[in-house]
Design a protein around this ligand. Structure first.
Ligand code: SAH
Length: 283
């Protein structure tokens, strides 16, 4: 049935042989792909995909060869170089190459490095953004990444650096004092260190936090906790990455906006979790 679905009428770009399209696949739910991504899936000769790309998305490119380029965080950067050079080789062999990455290719995805290597080797690239897990994944958990009563800024943080450790270069004092809401990618392993660093610099141990695991997929699981309890709750839950940590009062909005829970018949827990009065929106 899906194959019969035409793309909406528009001048969609054609993939040319020898090009690489570096494309975000969104956080998981295939419905969160962009139309540009779908257009690319239909034309590609080869799809080079990451661990976080859902299988069913690949089924939408039945004509294409599939190459798995997944790797876990913390492995040597040589692996990244191999992937980039593989893309160069494929493009030089005249293939239409779709490089498909989870979320958005330029958000903690090393898309910048890959694109740079391609350009350095004279390979033409097109960049197709995707919905990043830190925005779309939180939305599926009923957490607005910004909410007027809570935050006028949001900080996206990576929980580990190239060596696999919690990033030493991060200024935790500045983050603790200046970030109204923190959204932490790849933070599961170092959750204890992250929360300790934030509390050490004055962050409230009772600040609401959420851990959103496998967001937007049928396996999505959410833990609601506090900064001081977060690491222990992760440990006790047995949840595994991929997961996002969200630290901030916007997590409270889940009490009214957990739309997936509501779809499953759960009641709204609090119509006004921030205590702004029910007429806040119309004011
Ligand atoms: N480029 C991606 C992020 C890649 S880094 C993006 O824009 O979303 C990988 C990290 O992203 C994971 O460790 C996790 O923190 C987060 N992530 C990606 N997909 C996720 C999902 N479906 N649920 C929860 N976290 C996810």
């Amino acid at each position: 049935m899906f194959d019969a679905l035409p793309l909406p009428a528009h001048e969609w770009p054609m993939m040319q042989p020898g090009w690489v399209w570096l494309c975000g696949a969104g956080p998981g739910d295939p419905g969160l792909l962009t139309i540009h991504a779908l257009n690319a899936l239909r034309q590609a000769d080869v799809v080079v995909y990451d661990a976080l790309v859902q299988e069913c998305i690949l089924d939408w490119a039945p004509q294409a060869e599939k190459i798995y380029a997944g790797k876990r965080g913390g492995k040597p950067s040589a692996v990244q170089r191999d992937i980039s050079l593989r893309l160069v080789d494929l493009a030089r062999a005249g293939k239409r190459v779709l490089r498909l990455k989870g979320g958005d290719p330029f958000v903690f995805g090393r898309g910048g490095e890959e694109a740079q290597t391609l350009v350095q080797h004279g390979v033409p690239v097109r960049i197709i953004p995707g919905i990043s897990a830190g925005i779309g994944g939180l939305a599926y958990a009923g957490i607005p990444v910004t909410h007027r009563d809570v935050n006028q800024s949001v900080t996206f943080v990576t929980g580990h650096d190239q060596t696999g450790n919690a990033p030493a270069s991060l200024n935790w004092k500045a983050l603790a004092e200046g970030s109204q809401v923190l959204v932490i990618y790849m933070g599961m392993k170092h959750a204890a260190q992250i929360s300790a660093s934030l509390m050490e610099h004055g962050r409230d141990p009772d600040e609401p936090c959420a851990v959103v695991c496998n967001a937007t997929t049928p396996q999505q699981q959410v833990i609601e906790t506090t900064l001081s309890r977060m690491a222990a709750d992760i440990e006790a839950s047995g949840l595994e990455p991929p997961a996002l940590l969200c630290i901030g009062r916007s997590v409270l909005m889940r009490q009214v906006l957990d739309w997936q829970g509501q779809m499953a018949g759960e009641p709204v827990r609090d119509m006004d979790p921030l205590g702004r009065g029910l007429a806040a929106e119309v004011a």
